[in-house]
Design a protein around this ligand. Structure first.
Ligand SMILES: *[C@@H]1O[C@H](CO)[C@@H](O)[C@H](O)[C@H]1NC(C)=O
Ligand SMILES: *[C@@H]1O[C@H](CO)[C@@H](O)[C@H](O)[C@H]1NC(C)=O
Ligand SMILES: *[C@@H]1O[C@H](CO)[C@@H](O)[C@H](O)[C@H]1NC(C)=O
Ligand SMILES: *[C@@H]1O[C@H](CO)[C@@H](O)[C@H](O)[C@H]1NC(C)=O
Length: 512
């Protein structure tokens, strides 16, 4: 379904800065038909009642004429594509204030802009220009339109091309806006945070510093135990109550027994499935779909309700545990717990196994639709996400996903062979001690945290812990329900960023 983009965004650019509400109306917006549920990748809208607020700042949506292939002068001639970006100069001291640049990740750029209010709050303090750039092959920045996901057109989707896009865009926009002396700070969350780190590693001539929130640069480079991720998801639920973990494990055990007896009718009715499962593959899919609900809730365990990757109640992990422990039928409890994620609107009459969840090269979820194809390709090439659950170090059914499984999927789907060591070589892995001016922030509720940098490498490679924080909570707007840890983290980040800006102003003034 096509949605009129400008109307849609005027109506929904609402959910980020609740402070400066001018007026609101409630509108039911039927959004994209696909419900995109995903973990590291983000982009998911549902048909739902939105409260529509008119808020500041008003981003302007623009397109940048971008080089298709930065690294091969023959392959595409001087071909270009239109890359979307959002910009606001509302706070900017023209020609002097810094530039805060969000390195867009795997989804529609509006979703990140609407869920990263800290950046605009900080821009007000620093009189900064704010730009959110969309990653190539996501949202509306499709280099070859609908053909972008064909082979070989997909081949221009690499981390390196994305970084070059951002560097070229920053350089040209600085010229156009007479901002050549303005220091640039990059921001990003999750994969976007990884890109911020890489920008500082590869283009320190262009960016003065990076705030990388919840950026799993180590695990995606293959440097962390493959059991870490689902272990840490489990720990979140266990910390609510050990009985919660027990209930989840018990429910998956019951499901396994029913499957062993091939009691498919009972499985269909207990889980309200649209179609009766009929094979081991269907059961595997059901396990994946259920596990994914826990992943999403652990990542988005914010202390207030949110509309990011779908609608989440406040403290969803607590809500899930209350649901898991609510009645004596563990299977129904498990179904209702999955419903917190998949049935947030309350309009689902049954769960469709293959339309609510897609298995792909990222066991933490790829989402659905075009964005999921792009992310699957990235997980098939540069980005390692071979995470397993095993029912021992976590509460989920054993679902291995080895390098071999990844190779099989990726050769069949994309005719590519992953290169597990490339990210480590190209972006330094854990050997980053010679880099500078990077903040690695992580919340201890976030299952991605231990895939990232938890200890400072030096006085300019700084790790910040946010106790009680979920996935890049610090990038979100200030909220009355914020734990004091995130308030302090943001203060510290603001101080460090001020220093970077000062340092870089001196450097820029000394350039010939
Ligand atoms: C490259 O750009 C030049 C100048 O804009 C144009 O004349 C030429 O046709 C382009 N070449 C290709 C191969 O696209
Ligand atoms: C979705 O939620 C509604 C409202 O709570 C409920 O009536 C319905 O049964 C749920 N659907 C499924 C498939 O569980
Ligand atoms: C998890 O392991 C226990 C044994 O410790 C077993 O009884 C149970 O069936 C396993 N659950 C699954 C889903 O494999
Ligand atoms: C953050 O927490 C982790 C896990 O508890 C710990 O290992 C690490 O040392 C902490 N880092 C900082 C900078 O406090």
């Amino acid at each position: 379904m096509e949605v009129d983009a400008s109307l849609y965004w005027t109506l929904t650019r609402s959910l980020c800065n609740m402070k400066k509400i001018l007026s609101f109306v409630t509108v039911t917006v039927a959004l994209f038909s696909a419900e995109l549920l995903q973990a590291l990748p983000h982009s998911y809208f549902q048909s739902q009642k939105h409260q529509i607020y008119k808020t500041e700042p008003q981003f302007t949506e623009k397109y940048f004429t971008q080089t298709l292939d930065h690294f091969n002068f023959n392959s595409m001639g001087n071909g270009t594509f239109s890359q979307r970006y959002l910009i606001t100069d509302k706070h900017w001291k023209k020609g002097y204030g810094p530039i805060f640049f969000y390195t867009g990740n795997e989804g529609d750029i509006w979703e990140f802009a609407l869920n990263s209010g800290f950046i605009t709050e900080l821009a007000a303090q620093h009189r900064a220009l704010v730009i959110f750039a969309e990653h190539r092959y996501y949202g509306r920045s499709l280099p070859f339109g609908k053909d972008s996901f064909n082979i070989p057109q997909i081949s221009l989707l690499t981390v390196e091309q994305a970084l070059a896009d951002y560097s070229v865009m920053i350089t040209e926009l600085k010229q156009q806006l007479a901002a050549t002396d303005c220091p640039v700070i990059v921001f990003g969350g999750s994969y976007g945070g990884m890109l911020s780190v890489y920008m500082r590693l590869k283009y320190p001539n262009i960016v003065a510093g990076a705030l990388a929130a919840s950026a799993p640069i180590l695990s995606t480079a293959g440097l962390v135990d493959s059991r870490q991720f689902f272990h840490d998801v489990t720990a979140d639920f266990e910390s609510i109550a050990p009985e919660c973990r027990k209930a989840v494990r018990g429910a998956f055990h019951l499901l396994k027994e029913l499957a062993e007896f091939q009691d498919y009718d009972r499985i269909q009715s207990e889980f309200a499935l649209c179609k009766s499962p009929s094979s081991a593959q269907d059961i595997h899919q059901l396990n994946g779909l259920l596990r994914n609900a826990f992943t999403v809730m652990a990542m988005l365990d914010y202390p207030y309700s949110t509309h990011f990757m779908g609608s989440m109640p406040a403290n969803p992990v607590k809500v899930a545990c209350d649901t898991m422990m609510s009645g004596s039928n563990l299977l129904v409890n498990l179904r209702n717990t999955a419903g917190i994620v998949y049935n947030a609107t309350g309009v689902l009459t049954c769960f469709d196994l293959y339309s609510l969840y897609l298995e792909c090269a990222d066991p933490t979820g790829c989402g659905l639709g075009f964005n999921s194809m792009a992310w699957d390709y990235q997980a098939c090439t540069e980005i390692n996400l071979c995470y397993e659950s095993n029912n021992v170090t976590d509460m989920f059914p054993p679902m291995p996903f080895t390098e071999r499984d990844r190779e099989l999927h990726c050769s069949q789907r994309w005719a590519v062979v992953p290169r597990p060591d490339w990210l480590k070589t190209q972006f330094w892995g854990d050997g980053i001690s010679s880099a500078s001016n990077i903040i690695f922030s992580n919340g201890d509720l976030d299952p991605w945290a231990n895939g990232g940098v938890r200890k400072s490498f030096s006085s300019s490679l700084i790790a910040i812990n946010i106790s009680g924080g979920a996935h890049h909570l610090d990038l979100r707007s200030s909220n009355d329900a914020d734990p004091v840890s995130v308030i302090n983290a943001r203060k510290r980040e603001a101080d460090i960023i001020s220093q970077w800006i000062k340092m870089d102003r001196t450097r820029l003034q000394q350039l010939p």
